[in-house]
Design a protein around this ligand. Structure first.
Ligand SMILES: Cc1cc2nc3c(=O)[nH]c(=O)nc-3n(C[C@H](O)[C@H](O)[C@H](O)COP(=O)(O)OP(=O)(O)OC[C@H]3O[C@@H](n4cnc5c(N)ncnc54)[C@H](O)[C@@H]3O)c2cc1C
Length: 499
């Protein structure tokens, strides 16, 4: 594992020392809080991917837009890289600091600026927690649909930067489909608005480009999101299977039948046991897999959909199907799913969470492949994921104190991602590329495509100061990694449809 940051990716960095930089920043923004002592920097050394750690040179905690703009002007002039951080829950090392850089922490931008129930939108600062938006909109019968499992903690700015997904995204779309506009500050310290309150905005769709750009194109300083009416009725079916692959096939059957559930999640036996032990959600601990299928809408439709899905699940070989008795039981079923990551964390000193996406029809094959990898390498893998989206989250259990186990976990993870690409999928569903999946980007994309990504980055940030060394690998890195499988200019697996 390459724990050290590859300094060659730092772009054109002038070596400015800490006190000179602090003086320059305070000359432009005297009230801006800067942290510089080691003990103050330590809490920011990693995000949710704690295997990678670096102390930043400085942490900046701006409270106003003017402070962000001033900071960017100074860093641009001094050629100091800037990594923006929201709540630090990211799982791909996207907010991993740079030793020669400033970590710009947006946690003080935590106000809901406007909530307009008639226009069904909310204008919020980027540090507002995802769940806080739905809590504020709740009294108006509205909510913000994308619901990452980390929604209690993660920030909307981080969600936009990662194009976050969640249980409801199968039916209601990812972050990119639920954001109307963002205000950003460029690396030169200029303010721009991308998108509009209307459904479309003139010019190129820079909002879509910016969503999921992992802090590499600008700093998000405001977000306007769509609010949706809460569905009148929501019911959840829990189906047990004695075979994981059969459960995987049932997922494809439901969508193929034209039914789009409000959520369609899957957990395998290890994840079921972990969650049950932690949350006591009433899960069948003997089942090899369960599917949680939520159907929402108006009463008559939901009733009919439940019957239809029940029939499909029976035909797919479910051994037991339970409809949550009431809303309390429905919430309990979901509580188990939402707490599944920390629940698995109680079973093993460490786990490594992968995030790949595959066409749904390939679920049985890929789940079988994951089981085989687990057996071959001797590490347990728990699967808990957004099955309806084909978005896998294998959690590879290991003990970092045992020599070689971390490397084995990484090998399994890399092989799972390669399997995803092989069946026509992608190396990330929602957690982003960050620092973690740079090498897999070499497997997924050809040199020409990576060159185009670099060109887009250059258009926003010619000196590569914003979050350098993340998301887009250099061609030299891919050559060294040896994973650029380009044959006569063809993409890897050209026979497969891309999505
Ligand atoms: C238990 C657990 C469950 C999770 N479940 C899900 C899930 O279901 N779905 C999902 O999508 N993710 C999930 N995640 C991952 C994570 O929560 C999301 O990626 C989330 O969007 C990150 O938000 P954050 O505020 O923590 O961002 P951070 O981790 O702080 O940053 C993430 C990236 O966004 C950039 N960034 C942050 N704020 C800004 C800003 N204001 N301007 C520009 N760039 C910015 C950073 O530079 C970094 O590249 C989970 C994480 C955990 C720990």
């Amino acid at each position: 594992m390459t724990l050290l940051y590859d300094e060659r990716l730092d772009g054109e960095i002038a070596s400015v020392d800490k006190s000179t930089l602090m003086a320059a920043i305070h000359a432009e923004a005297p009230a801006l809080t800067l942290l510089a002592r080691e003990e103050d920097l330590r809490p920011f050394e990693c995000d949710g991917l704690s295997a990678y750690r670096t102390l930043p040179m400085l942490v900046a905690l701006p409270a106003t837009l003017e402070e962000v703009m001033a900071l960017m002007r100074v860093c641009h002039a001094q050629r100091v890289p800037v990594v923006t951080r929201g709540a630090g829950t990211g799982l791909s090392g996207g907010a991993l600091p740079l030793a020669k850089g400033v970590l710009l922490v947006m946690s003080r931008f935590n106000r809901i600026l406007e909530l307009d129930p008639d226009a069904r939108l909310a204008r919020v600062q980027p540090g507002v927690r995802n769940l806080a938006i739905s809590e504020a909109a709740g009294p108006h019968g509205l909510y913000y649909a994308p619901d990452p499992s980390s929604q209690i903690a993660c920030s909307i700015g981080g969600n936009v930067a990662e194009n976050a997904g969640g249980v409801h995204c199968l039916k209601y779309g990812l972050t990119v489909h639920n954001v109307l506009s963002v205000e950003i500050v460029t690396i030169e310290g200029e303010r721009m608005t991308l998108g509009s309150e209307a459904l479309d905005a003139p010019g190129f769709d820079l909002l879509a480009l910016f969503t999921g750009s992992e802090g590499m194109l600008g700093v998000i300083t405001e977000v306007t999101v769509k609010l949706l009416p809460k569905p009148q009725v929501a019911k959840v079916l829990m189906a047990s299977f004695d075979n994981v692959e059969r459960a995987g096939k049932a997922v494809g059957d439901i969508i193929a039948a034209g039914c789009i559930p409000g959520g369609l999640e899957m957990m395998d036996n290890l994840a079921i046991r972990a969650a049950e032990d932690f949350v006591h959600a009433g899960y069948p601990v003997e089942a090899e897999a369960i599917l949680l299928c939520e159907l929402d809408g108006v009463e008559a439709d939901v009733h009919a959909d439940c019957e239809r899905v029940r029939e499909l699940l029976e035909r797919a070989g479910a051994s037991e199907i339970r409809l949550a008795r009431d809303d309390a039981e429905r919430q309990l079923f979901w509580a188990g799913r939402k707490a599944a990551f920390p629940a698995v964390g109680r079973m093993s000193p460490d786990y490594y969470c992968m995030d790949g996406t595959i066409p749904r029809r390939e679920l049985p094959r890929v789940l079988k492949g994951i089981n085989e990898l687990s057996a071959t390498y001797g590490l347990r893998v728990a699967n808990v994921f957004h099955a309806g989206d084909g978005n896998l989250h294998p959690l590879i259990l290991f003990d970092a104190n045992r020599p070689g186990e971390l490397e084995t976990a990484e090998t399994i993870g890399a092989k799972i991602l390669e399997l995803c690409v092989e069946v026509g999928g992608t190396i990330t569903g929602e957690h982003g590329v960050g620092r973690e999946k740079l090498n897999q980007m070499c497997t997924q994309f050809a040199a020409d495509e990576l060159t185009q990504f670099h060109a887009v980055k250059f258009a926003f940030d010619e000196h590569r100061l914003l979050n350098p060394g993340k998301n887009i690998p250099t061609l030299a890195r891919c050559a060294e990694f040896g994973a650029m499988h380009v044959h006569h200019g063809e993409l890897p697996h050209p026979e497969l449809p891309r999505f």
